[in-house]
Design a protein around this ligand. Structure first.
Ligand SMILES: [Zn+2]
Length: 478
């Protein structure tokens, strides 16, 4: 299937699910029927989980890793898909893995989109002169060199746009001033807004940044052009300016904006990085922990997804350090090119389709590494019951949220019937910084990241070492 279409379908399904998430403080175990031997087996991991967590939290491994991670973020900064800088960052992590004594580190090549932002500026011409902070959206085309100067029409929803006559939109700039409800609810205006506006004849599309909070910060992100409409420039502006434009329109003012944007787009090579601690009994079976190493081209990609990448990297490193070999292989994957549309994960799925039956469980952290709370779990009731029992080892990090779409990259594999989970954490402020210049080291708290890393390594060890596999609904390996 056309990959852009796949992505659109994928994102719209994610959006629906995110909206229905329910956090429960303790999994409803009345639906569980674990046999006493399994409960006993799980309880027997108490000492080893404490040992792993203690090594990371209190014996210097976590702190040393955080210091190396800080240096990584400062050295490489933003790591956009398709850039040499991302490839250098990947090489750096491979070297760091080897320095930590793990030789089982490999890479798999991926065709990576390489979109580069150029000059970007917007000014309001009427009713008064004012500069408007702007950030182009990934894959956006540029404007003609002289820019686009046109009247702006501000709408609050797709329905409001649909109700307008094409003649009201033709030749104008559509501005989506959509209040933030949740990321899932609101992100469609960023990802699909330009195509919907172009369908009605708009010449450019602007969206109020997808964040619950703004200090005049524009936030970027991916957007996708429908195949059958003309590609118009697409950018995000701040809450403050979107709301200002809306108020001016409500007051009956004619608003004219001038937009200047340039960009380039091609495809280059990148790599997924795979780090294994091979299983001692069933090396062919794998438990995967993961995060993406690429980021947007702003900020340092510290939170999205440096934190998720480093805690996943540390899981096999910590086991190796402690000389712990689980029954199954524990595999860390540093996904590449997540931001342009889960490109690294799609390549992995394609290459490893025949091995899906051997993925026992798959985990990703891509929604913050703030104070850890537990796991957001996709899978059968039996799988959730087992994970809920395992989480009891980690109290107070023992919350279980039910979801069908954990994480971003791994959703592609979970969709095929593989049970999986993402890290549940106190990420209420995640979208404040997301995809903006503010996603820097300052957002991270060392203790929280170390706690996340300790939990992530220990819980993935238990799953990789348990006598029984994680049950699955019914395999759909197509
Ligand atoms: Zn991310």
């Amino acid at each position: 299937m056309d990959s852009k279409l796949t992505m659109l379908l994928f994102f719209s399904s994610v959006i629906n699910i995110i909206n229905t998430r329910v956090i429960i403080t303790r999994y409803d175990e009345s639906v569980c029927n674990l046999d006493s031997q399994t409960v006993k087996d799980i309880a027997s991991y108490k000492n080893v989980t404490q040992r792993i967590m203690d090594e990371i939290r209190n014996k210097g491994l976590g702190q040393r890793t955080f210091e190396q991670f800080s240096a990584f973020l400062d050295k490489f900064g933003a790591r956009p898909s398709g850039t040499k800088n991302l490839e250098n960052a990947i090489d750096h992590m491979i070297n760091l893995t080897r320095e930590n004594g793990i030789t089982d580190v490999t890479t798999e090549e991926v065709d990576a989109p390489h979109w580069v932002r150029g000059h970007e500026a917007i000014s309001m011409i009427l009713p008064r002169q004012k500069n408007i902070a702007v950030i182009g959206l990934g894959t956006s085309v540029g404007t003609p060199i002289e820019g686009i100067t046109a009247e702006a029409v501000i709408v609050s929803s797709f329905q409001e746009l649909d109700q307008k006559l094409d003649s009201d939109i033709k030749g104008k700039i559509v501005v989506y001033d959509v209040p933030f409800i949740s990321y899932g609810d609101t992100v469609q205006y960023r990802s699909q807004g330009a195509s919907k506006a172009a369908k009605k004849g708009a010449v450019a599309s602007l969206v109020r940044s997808i964040t619950p909070f703004s200090m005049y910060s524009p936030h970027t992100g991916a957007q996708y052009y429908d195949g059958n409409v003309s590609k118009i420039p697409a950018a995000a502006i701040t809450h403050e300016d979107a709301d200002l434009l809306h108020r001016l329109q409500d007051q009956g003012e004619k608003i004219f904006l001038k937009i200047e944007m340039s960009s380039s787009f091609d495809t280059t090579k990148s790599r997924n990085t795979i780090i294994d601690v091979k299983g001692k009994d069933n090396p062919e079976k794998v438990v995967i922990v993961s995060g993406h190493i690429d980021s947007w081209d702003v900020g340092q990609g510290a939170m999205d997804d440096g934190g998720g990448m480093i805690i996943s990297w540390l899981a096999p490193v910590a086991l190796h350090h402690l000389n712990l070999k689980p029954r199954r292989t524990l595999r860390a994957i540093l996904w590449t090119a997540e931001e342009p549309g889960l490109v690294g994960a799609q390549a992995y799925l394609k290459k490893h389709m025949s091995e899906l039956k051997n993925i026992d469980f798959i985990m990703e952290s891509d929604e913050g590494t703030f104070k850890p709370r537990g796991l957001s779990v996709a899978g059968s009731t039996e799988a959730r019951c087992l994970i809920a029992e395992i989480l009891k080892l980690f109290s107070p990090i023992d919350k279980l949220e039910e979801t069908d779409y954990p994480g971003s990259d791994i959703t592609l594999i979970v969709d095929k019937g593989v049970p999986g989970a993402s890290l549940l954490n106190d990420n209420e402020r995640y979208y404040w910084f997301h995809h903006s210049e503010a996603d820097t080291l300052n957002v991270l708290n060392m203790t929280d990241v170390i706690d996340c890393a300790a939990f992530w390594a220990a819980v993935s060890y238990v799953i990789a070492d348990m006598p029984t596999d994680i049950p699955r609904v019914s395999p759909i390996y197509t």
